[in-house]
Design a protein around this ligand. Structure first.
Ligand SMILES: Cc1cc2nc3c(=O)[nH]c(=O)nc-3n(C[C@H](O)[C@H](O)[C@H](O)COP(=O)(O)O)c2cc1C
Length: 141
């Protein structure tokens, strides 16, 4: 991961998918977002988190060392597991510059429906990562 992060201008992104712990409720989500937004603000990270069908999809962007710091915390967080990096690398400019962490779930917009409608492949890992990234970018906000 270290080598894949670190764009030339120091701005990097990371997109992962994970399995939410069973039984997470609204209070748990509020707690996750509170601590995420506080630390992201301090570390100059921005991004978005989508929650649907027991899965989390998160896009994080900012300085590579800050991304590594937060990913180390995320990997140990028991509120989700099976964290799978879908895509990571350098970034020319931020996609979520106004969001310390935007949040969406199935009630607002459905990734699964979007995949079904768009006809995008979910089989090829590269296509899947690209599809998730496109979905997150087109969300209103
Ligand atoms: C799905 C998910 C997304 C998270 N996103 C972030 C994040 O963007 N930034 C962050 O600092 N912590 C995030 N967290 C929380 C970290 O894993 C960790 O619990 C937290 O940073 C610990 O900080 P605290 O002691 O201030 O609560 C996330 C946790 C989960 C389960």
């Amino acid at each position: 991961m270290t080598n894949r992060l670190g764009g030339l201008n120091g701005l990097s992104f990371l997109l992962y998918r994970s399995n939410a712990a069973p039984g997470l409720n609204d209070d748990d989500m509020r707690a996750i977002l509170d601590s995420a937004r506080g630390r992201n603000r301090r570390l100059d990270l921005t991004g978005c988190l989508h929650h649907e069908a027991g899965l989390f999809f998160q896009w994080l962007e900012g300085p590579a060392p800050a991304l590594r710091e937060v990913m180390a915390l995320l990997m140990r967080d028991r509120r989700h597991d099976q964290v799978q990096i879908l895509s990571a690398g350098g970034l020319e400019h931020r996609l979520f510059r106004n969001w310390t962490m935007r949040y969406s779930d199935r009630d607002q917009v459905s990734l699964m429906d979007w995949f079904a409608r768009s006809g995008s492949s979910t089989v090829n890992p590269g296509d899947y990562a690209g599809g998730v990234a496109s979905f997150l970018r087109m969300l209103p906000g």
